[in-house]
Design a protein around this ligand. Structure first.
Ligand code: GDP
Length: 198
């Protein structure tokens, strides 16, 4: 698949407003500041896409990008913004849960976590939802360039161990990623291809 040929499709505030539930989709999620925009930018070479998702007022929307007629990437904005009101968070969580549980064309979830602070409450919620919904998850430990090779890998092993201990490791894979150094993009592409091309 050519991830550089990606195009913005639409934004949907609720499940009912999503594009037709057909073909194949992979969703990206992460706490705000996890490095999601940078990763999508590194993957697609398109800085406008990530900016689209960050336009104020659009932050609570599910953003759809098309790779082809039947293949899409979906940006699920993180709710880590301290300023977002509690009711907004609850509302957003409801839409998000509905999307994850009901979307038939959803093949997998890419969960982005800053390597220096993995497995926060948001991440555990997402992992639990996905595992309960039988949805495979691929975790990116982002900003891996902030650490040396050894410590970065030690965190990867520690996260794998924590997931095993919490029974969240089924259908969960993990990799190091750096948008700055452009490392891990090929591994991410292989995973996306595996999910999107069936
Ligand atoms: P988002 O809120 O998840 O979309 O996060 P952004 O992509 O906007 O990144 C948040 C901050 O982390 C920004 O200051 C980025 O420059 C920085 N950042 C993102 N990816 C990397 C990376 O791979 N390495 C480093 N060192 N910084 C990064």
């Amino acid at each position: 698949l050519n991830y550089r040929a990606i195009r913005f499709l639409t934004s949907a505030p609720t499940l009912a407003e999503c594009p037709e539930d057909s073909g194949a989709e992979v969703a990206f999620a992460g706490r705000s500041n996890a490095g999601k925009s940078s990763a999508i930018n590194a993957l697609t070479g398109n800085s406008k896409l990530a900016r689209t998702s960050k336009t104020p007022g659009r932050t609570q929307l599910i953003n759809f990008f098309s790779l082809s007629e039947q293949q899409r990437l979906v940006d699920l904005p993180g709710y880590g913004y301290a300023k977002v009101a509690r009711v907004m968070k609850d509302e957003w969580q409801r839409h998000l849960a509905a999307y994850l549980e009901q979307r038939q064309c959803l093949r997998g979830l890419v969960l982005l976590m800053d390597i220096r602070q993995p497995l926060k409450e948001f991440d555990l919620h997402m992992l639990t939802w996905a595992v309960e919904a039988g949805l495979p998850v691929h975790c990116l430990l982002t900003k891996a360039d902030k650490l040396k090779h050894g410590p970065a890998n030690n965190i990867r092993f520690a996260v794998e161990k924590a997931l095993r201990e919490q029974g969240l490791d089924r259908e969960v894979t993990l990799q190091l990623f750096s948008s700055t150094r452009k490392t891990g993009i090929d591994t991410l592409e292989r995973k996306l291809n595996e999910w999107l091309i069936s």
